[in-house]
Design a binder for this molecule. Structure first.
Ligand code: ADP
Length: 495
């Protein structure tokens, strides 16, 4: 590797692993390293991570990627951080040590605390101010739990000795040796304590959850100065200049800069974000409103929806039904089937999410006949990912009044070209699959690079962005009859 070339180092602190990736000025992925982190389950439905392990693993992969690809720290133009969102860490500012493990976004320990808040106008108030739905998923109740359950925590918090941060803030604080206690707009918008219209921590919500304001990090633009890595620990004046939560980083990495653009990540579940421009939409369909893009002074909002069971239905075919040996087989099988002949799988294993919202619903397979075969069931499972995605995108369009201008896709299942073609057909919209599938890390790199002039502007990012297009190719009648069948199947799960 040439000594003159410089790179953006992207740190991706995910739910299951810490990654470090290098991107060059052409926006190409030059190299990456990932290491898993331990999942801690102290009780059923409780999920924790060790904040020190997050830090040491992240620092480890950061050094490893430089060594592995022969890059010196002087060749790093800047650092971008992206992270699992909502996961909450509280630490003592005198010692720099966490007072409890990180409580992970998936953790349901505060379900009772949150249920008690479902009274009066509290859920409405929360939705109005934060765009979120009152739920244990977000940081607020997790912070409150730590203050209520760790001995001496409340007292220390009231004396101003404790600090809170999502994983980005924790890493920034530790990497700068306590110089910077900050987060970015996108991460702040997932705490349920941040007023997304006024762009400020909300005193009424802090009071509701009994959280001292002194704990909260300063909120900054996603593209800008987040401090220099402590020179004693990390020589080379390494500067953090980009920060965003993982889904928002991915939206940025897909260059979804215009209202109406949507990105969908097809993983275990699906995560969708629609750029709604300067308008924070109040959803009538149970979608979340959040800060989507915050690279400058102008905030762009987003609507967010998720499919609970997407790629997981393929895992179910493999692990429970033993119909297939690997997810890779599904594409050939689906193409072999040609049609499901009216078979639908609704994988409502954990209830139905947006826009139906029925936690009691359970999955079904319908339309079976004597001739139904394995290939058709596999095809129906893949199609279910596309139908569920379509349902959410229709809800997003209805809520926002915007029409879908393009769907950018990534995630493990997005390698399946049958799935993408079927998705394009059902949506009647073009799909865009980027050449670099690590859009989360790429988004953080774009944000960091823009702040430094390493990437000139958003327009130049669009020029760098290499994609494949998938064009809809179905007649209207066929599409309508398939969608009709899907909605009938949904109705059956709701009985
Ligand atoms: P996550 O980040 O949620 O763990 P990934 O993005 O790694 O997920 O994607 C893994 C999911 O994608 C699994 O649920 C798997 O069943 C599904 N998957 C992987 N490859 C394919 C494929 N070729 N076709 C369909 N689904 C696939």
């Amino acid at each position: 590797m040439s000594n003159k070339e410089t790179y953006i180092l992207s740190l991706d602190a995910g739910t299951t692993s810490e990654r470090a990736a290098l991107f060059n000025q052409e926006g190409k992925l030059v190299g990456q390293v990932a290491r898993p982190i331990k999942q801690i389950y102290p009780h059923p439905a409780w999920v924790e991570h060790d904040p020190m392990e997050i830090l040491s693993t992240q620092v480890g992969v950061m050094s490893e990627v430089l060594v592995k690809y022969g890059v010196q720290s002087s060749q790093i133009a800047g650092i971008g951080i992206t992270n699992q969102r909502e996961t909450s860490i509280v630490w003592d500012k005198n010692t720099g040590l966490p007072i409890y493990n990180a409580i992970v976004w998936q953790c349901r320990r505060t379900a009772d605390m949150v249920a008690k808040l479902r009274r009066d106008n509290i859920p409405d108030l929360i939705q109005k101010k934060t765009g979120l739905i009152l739920d244990p998923y977000f940081s607020a109740s997790k912070i409150a739990w730590i203050l209520d359950n760790v001995e001496g925590a409340r007292e220390k918090a009231e004396q101003g000795d404790l600090l809170f941060g999502t994983v980005d803030s924790w890493l920034i604080y530790k990497l700068t040796q306590g110089e910077v206690h900050a987060t970015d707009y996108t991460n702040a918008s997932r705490t349920m304590l941040y007023n997304i219209h006024e762009l400020a921590w909300d005193d009424e919500l802090l009071e509701l959850f009994n959280i001292p304001r002194s704990m909260m990090p300063e909120v900054r633009s996603s593209s800008g100065d987040f401090g220099v890595l402590s020179p004693e620990l990390y020589p080379g004046s390494l500067r953090i200049t980009g920060v965003a939560g993982d889904q928002q980083a991915s939206l940025f990495g897909h260059c979804c800069f215009e209202p109406g653009m949507v990105k969908n990540t097809y993983g275990t579940g699906c995560f969708m974000l629609m750029n709604t421009g300067d308008h924070a939409v109040s959803s009538q369909n149970g979608l979340l409103s959040t800060i989507g893009i915050a690279d400058g002074d102008k905030i762009q909002y987003a609507l967010e929806g998720s499919v609970f069971i997407a790629g997981a239905v393929i895992q179910w075919l493999r692990d429970e039904l033993k119909l297939i040996e690997s997810a890779q087989e599904t594409e050939a099988l689906a193409l072999e089937a040609k049609s499901t002949d009216g078979v639908y799988i609704v994988p409502a294993f954990t209830g139905l999410g947006a826009p139906y919202w029925n936690p009691e619903a359970r999955g079904l397979i319908c339309g079976l006949s004597r001739g139904t075969n394995k290939a058709q069931l596999v095809r129906a499972a893949l199609e279910s990912m596309a139908y569920q995605t379509n349902d959410i995108i229709q809800a997003m369009q209805k809520d926002s009044g915007l029409s879908l201008s393009q769907l950018a896709v990534d995630g493990g299942a997005s390698v399946n070209t049958f799935l993408l073609q079927f998705q394009a057909d059902i949506l009647r919209s073009e799909l865009i699959r980027p050449e670099i599938s690590e859009t989360t890390a790429l988004g953080a790199a774009y944000l960091a690079g823009l702040a430094l002039g390493y990437y000139k502007d958003k327009k130049s990012l669009l020029d760098l962005h290499q994609t494949t297009r998938i064009i809809p190719n179905i007649d209207e009648e066929k599409r309508n009859s398939r969608l009709k069948g899907w909605h009938e199947a949904i109705k059956k799960t709701l009985l």
